[in-house]
Design a protein around this ligand. Structure first.
Ligand SMILES: [Zn+2]
Length: 698
């Protein structure tokens, strides 16, 4: 239910800087090493006149009109799978975080405990000479444990430890809010163990998919070879591992099916579940994983575990050992000697997303500092880059958009009074979270050393697992965030019933204090509306105000709702990009949120304008923006959220794995449905942007 596509893909492939002013920073082994300049990317203004192609007719192709020059002006840097508005802000934030981590690394003997952790984590990650010198030694204890396996009976304890290190071989164990009792945190065990993005990748028959699988098998072989196996040995082991993963994929649930929350919710007692997977020896697995005592858990995909039992029984122990060695090493590739790191990029960056070059190390190290120590680094970030007035303005906008949603519900002509009342109840119970958490997490129990990159990463992962598992059986903390403060993204959480906007996205071009309100409502307003609408899309609408999976719809209203969402799913399924059809069933929730988001943001803008006597106080439009009416500025700004330039491989990967439609389609799909857009640009039926059939949910 996030706004943006794969953050992970971006992080893996890296982000390069466009040149702007530079700051001096110290990379590699400070303080003796040479200071390196780090480019700080230019801030893109809210209304980006340079991206527009005003020779295009907005009624023919609005994306071309709003973003037609963007790709020309923003060629994709070699170390990126794409460039877009999110990436440009992400680059800016990464440069900002870089300054903070370098400062922390050099803050002197009196630095705070958090500064020590941030600074040393970054420093150790950058220290490639130490990493190369250490070789695979830091992994040796875990590799030995795998090599020493003599019986499958020893697997459960080992798999538990690997799970705690975020190496999810075979299974994925953790905590989650109980979908039907949102006040409780419970244990969950889910399918896992695939190295390709999802189930579909193992079975598609087209030439590209076949080739990608061959490349993956070669990647497995290369990693095993780096671990010391002979070439011939590695090649044959890789084939066996691929067969093993294909068996796991066979019984895994696909991404479209997983969108239905009922399909991944099966509460079972440990007593009843354990005999279905004797190979996991559940009592032993649970003991080893160190979770608080559990008597029942959510078995997300029961069929997977019965099949897993047979797969493990039928697979030779030697193949299982190689499978575990491969995933362990690949998972820590960026903290191992550079051949591992390069090999990992060669598959996940180059083959999978078409990116020719790896992201510079400093960016990857800043990023992993943010994921390991998010609340520590986040505190420094918000102190510098997020003011109380930004927070206040964001909250005003959020309240306005929530009021618009209330009005939209009340005015709808397809819902009964009873369902409307329930919908309003849910709306009023949504918690608005802006910028950063009220309470910061403590990292006191996490040890970070200045010369132990892999150890730091391992301890940080174990620390995080323990934190997540420790929630089991405890009340839910609705104040908790699942994104770090500098993240350029936003999300709705159906179990918490919260909308969350990290400080990292409340920045230009999404929110720009120098731009008129119409532009900001088109940008961040549409983002706010998007997240709010997720509470009422085909998934969110199945949860009530308390966050429980609970049907609050009358049958007739549900039928009306389903007809409306089917219209959206059909609309988006008709679109194609990079030679592939969009899967409207996979993107339905995001498409519904995109449509509702723009509609609600525009309603809120108009309401605010009326309240302010026809003219919202704040900066007036200047330059090219002044040539357009506020409504036109709003639609241009919305479209410019999605200006982008993407490699075709990346587009294909996203269509096959990401629940968001491709960028240009996110613009066309929404505007096709909006009479307000047709009015603002005087489009008429028969022109491509004014679809005769209009879909609408919210
Ligand atoms: Zn979303």
């Amino acid at each position: 239910m996030q706004l943006m596509r794969y953050k992970a893909a971006l992080a893996a492939a890296g982000l390069a800087a466009t040149l702007g002013l530079t700051v001096t920073a110290v990379a590699q082994k400070a303080p003796t090493a040479k200071p390196k300049s780090v480019a700080v990317p230019k801030v893109i203004p809210g209304f980006d006149a340079s991206a527009m192609d005003t020779s295009a007719n907005p009624c023919d192709n609005f994306y071309q009109f709003a973003c037609g020059n963007y790709a020309k002006l923003h060629p994709i840097p070699n170390d990126l799978p794409e460039y877009d508005q999110f990436v440009s802000l992400y680059e800016f934030n990464t440069a900002a975080l870089h300054r903070l981590v370098v400062q922390a690394a050099h803050a002197g003997p009196n630095r705070s405990a958090n500064q020590q952790k941030i600074g040393d984590y970054y420093q150790a990650c950058m220290d490639t000479s130490q990493i190369n010198k250490d070789g695979t030694a830091p992994l040796k204890p875990m590799l030995d444990r795998i090599n020493d396996l003599t019986s499958k009976k020893q697997l459960p304890a080992l798999l538990a430890d690997l799970n705690n290190q975020d190496v999810t071989a075979f299974v994925n164990f953790g905590s989650q809010q109980d979908l039907k009792d949102a006040s409780k945190e419970i244990a969950v065990i889910d399918q896992g163990g695939l190295g390709l993005p999802n189930r579909g990748y193992y079975f598609r028959k087209d030439a590209r998919s076949v080739k990608l699988r061959e490349q993956y098998v070669q990647h497995i072989a290369n990693v095993l070879h780096l671990l010391g196996d002979s070439d011939a040995q590695a090649q044959s082991e890789a084939k066996n591992i691929m067969q093993l993963e294909t068996n796991l994929a066979q019984s895994s649930m696909g991404i479209v099916e997983r969108r239905d929350p009922h399909k991944t919710y099966h509460i079972e007692t440990v007593k009843a579940f354990a005999p279905t997977v004797p190979v996991l020896n559940m009592p032993e697995f649970l003991k080893a994983i160190g979770a608080p005592p559990v008597s029942s858990l959510n078995v997300a995909v029961p069929g997977f575990f019965t099949a897993l039992n047979k797969t493990i029984q039928d697979t030779p122990l030697s193949t299982i050992k190689n499978y575990l060695r491969f995933h362990l090493a690949d998972s820590y590739a960026s903290r191992l000697p550079e051949q591992f790191d390069q090999e990992n990029f060669a598959f996940y960056g180059r083959d999978l997303t078409g990116t020719p070059q790896q992201q510079p190390r400093w960016k990857r190290c800043v990023n992993s500092t943010d994921s390991a120590l998010g609340d520590a680094l986040g505190q420094l970030y918000v102190a510098k880059y997020f003011t109380p007035s930004q927070k206040k303005e964001a909250l005003t906008m959020v309240h306005g958009i929530e009021a618009a949603m209330g009005k939209d519900i009340e005015q709808s002509d397809w819902m009964s009074a009873a369902t409307k009342q329930k919908a309003l109840q849910k709306l009023h119970m949504i918690a608005d979270k802006i910028g950063y958490p009220n309470k910061w997490r403590s990292y006191a129990k996490l040890t970070i050393k200045p010369d132990d990159a892999l150890g730091n990463s391992m301890r940080a992962r174990v620390f995080e697992s323990a934190y997540q598992l420790n929630k089991i059986g405890k009340p839910v903390d609705r104040n908790e965030w699942f994104m770090t403060p500098p993240t350029v993204n936003a999300y709705y959480d159906p179990s918490q019933n919260t909308i969350n906007f990290p400080a990292g996205i409340l920045q230009p071009p999404f929110y720009d204090k120098n731009e008129p309100a119409a532009v900001n409502y088109g940008h961040i307003g549409a983002v706010v509306g998007h997240e709010l609408t997720h509470g009422f899309d085909d998934q969110g609408s199945q949860f009530d105000g308390k966050g429980n999976l609970d049907d609050w719809w009358t049958p007739q209203d549900k039928k009306n709702f389903n007809e409306r969402t089917a219209c959206i799913a059909n609309e988006y399924s008709s679109f194609t990009d990079a030679g592939l059809h969009v899967n409207g069933k996979l993107t339905l929730g995001e498409d519904t949120a995109d449509n509702g988001g723009v509609h609600l943001a525009l309603m809120a803008l108009m309401a605010r304008q009326a309240m302010d006597g026809g003219h919202i106080s704040g900066p007036a439009a200047t330059g090219m923006a002044a040539k357009y009416t506020p409504e036109q500025q709003f639609f241009i700004a919305f479209a410019q959220n999605w200006c982008s330039n993407m490699r075709p491989q990346m587009t294909r990967m996203l269509i096959q794995s990401d629940p968001h439609a491709p960028d240009a389609i996110r613009v066309k799909g929404v505007l096709d449905n909006m009479p307000q857009f047709d009015k603002a640009f005087s489009c008429h039926v028969g022109q491509p942007m004014d679809a005769a059939k209009k879909c609408s949910v919210w």
